[in-house]
Design a protein around this ligand. Structure first.
Ligand code: NAP
Length: 532
């Protein structure tokens, strides 16, 4: 069973033992003591190992392997010897293949403190032979792996490299799967996160986490808290289905906490990950196609955000998949689903989510939108989806936009029948006689929370009790536009409802189960309020 190891950079005995106790409380099963800087009092290493509340790995990573130890090899050997001297031994010692191959003396000294076929002493410490490349994938990766596996003393093979794309993770999984010895194969950096979270799915010997985000010992390490609670570590197994959010950037996406909490709530065997992909079609196609092709990865779907919404349509079209007709008309899709028969489906859950947010907020059905006069402010991606949905249900939509030509284009694309779509200049908004206003601009979005697309002076002219104001912005939850509208007695709808409902529609496509909307709302609110 794959262990959850916390990696701790040791600066003092007390600091390391306190951090290990905390890691044990949080659910770590192993501790890696990084003794790169703890070199002055080697005699304390015995105490460190003996007093550790968790079985330990001793690692002293030299700078030439991406670590921070800059002393000589003689001193390093002494450190390993001291660490293995106590009555209670470290569970593992991690030694770099390069140094181990280079020096017969090093091999001999390490051979005294680890268990191996020729060992005459009494130690059960297992040797991890490791190899790292912090720049990218090593070109001699196969030779390194073979050399580590061939060493009689090596009980665990470890390889780690800087991921250049999501595809690197798949190579890490292949390495684990094909290895004859227990193996750790990890990709560093943001794009390597899947290799860390899914190490358990492929039966790696361990994965590393950090105790908190300030103390990572390698790029891209998640915290124990994230691994256990956000990425559902305890429930991951060989059959776990994989989902994610594809975009660039995706680091701050709120979709992973929402979907993973949803999976938890319904007991669904899935995990949802951030999937950063370089902003061009070549990278999108290469990453997504290889993830879909790997059969035991069970990659079943993704939310797709900026800048890949158009790329998703092109990809699914090229793969012979099916595209939701309105997504085709909008020219953008935000959801990829791999169906049970393997066929791909691209759809757009934004427009439906916006329609539902409005209809539920007003207490009407979608068919009641027919003939309603609706002002859409903005003519970008969000406006396009919403206008397409409203027009399909026969609404009369006036598109107010700063750049009039974009409003004209949008109106031309979706003017009915059944709906009517007309363009207008943004300055004319204060003369509007619409009953529903939908903000699709970023005006008022964090951090510019004092902005609004409808200045106070114009409020009294365009609004009155009963007017509906929907702000698609969800950060902050309560925008200046909504506060002003509430004061004027309008019906207010928050962008959080659209966000929650577009995610819920994706969840339904992937799990065949209705999303737990209240869980989604709670998690979204916790994260948005928590960011302040
Ligand atoms: P986009 O494609 O970049 O479009 C932005 C639109 O806002 C354009 O029409 C632009 O006008 C207008 N705009 C930008 N800055 C402006 C300013 N200072 N004054 C007047 N107009 C301005 O962006 P998008 O993807 O449509 O997103 C727009 C908003 O929708 C975002 O704030 C986002 O929070 C929200 N959204 C919410 C959800 C949800 O689930 N709740 C989903 C998607 C988007 P020009 O054409 O003149 O440049």
């Amino acid at each position: 069973m794959t262990k959850l190891a916390v990696s701790i950079m040791v600066s003092s005995l007390d600091q390391a033992l306190a951090a290990t106790a905390r890691a044990a409380e949080l659910g770590a099963e192993l501790v890696e003591f990084r003794i790169d800087h703890f070199t002055d009092r080697p005699e304390l290493l015995t105490q460190l190992v003996e007093q550790s509340p968790l079985p330990s790995i001793i690692t002293c990573r030299p700078f030439w392997e991406g670590g921070t130890y800059d002393g000589d090899e003689q001193t390093r050997m002494n450190l390993f010897e001291h660490a293995g001297m106590g009555a209670l031994k470290p569970a593992y010692m991690d030694v770099e293949l390069a140094g181990y191959q280079r020096s017969a003396e090093f091999r001999q000294k390490i051979g005294r403190v680890v268990d191996h076929p020729g060992q005459v002493g009494s130690t059960d410490t297992a040797l991890i032979l490791s190899s790292h490349d912090v720049e990218g994938r090593p070109i001699d990766m196969d030779q390194r792996l073979e050399a580590m596996a061939a060493s009689a003393a090596c009980r665990v093979v470890k390889i780690a490299w800087q991921a250049r794309s999501l595809r690197d993770n798949l190579e890490a999984f292949e390495i684990i799967r094909s290895s004859q010895k227990p193996t750790i194969a990890l990709c560093m950096g943001e794009q390597g996160l899947p290799s860390r979270v899914l190490a358990k799915k492929f039966g790696a010997m361990l994965t590393f986490a950090t105790i908190d985000s300030h103390h990572a010992t390698a790029a891209g390490q998640p915290t124990i808290e994230q691994l256990k609670h956000l990425y559902r570590w305890d429930s991951i197994c060989a059959d776990t289905q994989i989902f994610g959010v594809i975009g660039h950037p995706v680091g701050h996406s709120l979709s992973p906490p929402i979907h993973n909490a949803g999976f938890d709530a319904i007991g669904f065997n899935g995990v949802y990950l951030p999937m950063p992909i370089q902003p061009d079609y070549v990278h999108f196609k290469a990453d997504v196609a290889t993830w879909l092709e790997m059969p035991d990865l069970h990659f079943r779907g993704a939310s797709v955000t900026i800048p890949h919404k158009e790329n998703l349509l092109r990809f699914v079209r090229e793969q012979g998949g099916q595209i939701e007709p309105l997504a085709e008309q909008i020219g953008a899709a935000n959801t990829l689903t791999k169906r049970g028969d393997g066929a791909l489906y691209a759809s757009n859950t934004d427009y439906a989510a916006a329609l539902d947010a409005v209809c539920v907020g007003m207490g009407i059905g979608r068919d009641d939108l027919e003939g309603q006069r609706i002002a859409v402010i903005g003519a970008g991606g969000a406006a396009r989806s919403i206008v397409a949905g409203l027009a399909q249900y026969g609404a009369t939509v006036v598109v107010y936009n700063r750049t009039f030509e974009r409003a004209q284009q949008l109106a031309e694309d979706f003017h009915g029948p059944p709906g009517k779509v007309v363009p207008a200049r943004l300055e004319k908004l204060c003369d509007s006689c619409c009953q529903i206003f939908i903000n699709c601009t970023p005006l008022g979005m964090y951090p510019n929370v004092d902005q609004t697309p409808i200045p106070s002076a114009a409020n009294t002219k365009v609004w009155g009790p009963g007017t509906v104001v929907f702000d698609t912005i969800y950060n902050p939850i309560d925008t200046r536009l909504l506060r002003d509208a509430r004061t004027a007695g309008c019906v207010c709808i928050s962008g959080t409802e659209m966000f929650v409902r577009q995610a819920a529609a994706q969840f339904r496509l992937w799990t065949n189960v209705d999303a737990p909307l209240n869980v989604f709302r709670r998690v979204l609110h916790e994260h948005l309020v928590g960011r302040r």
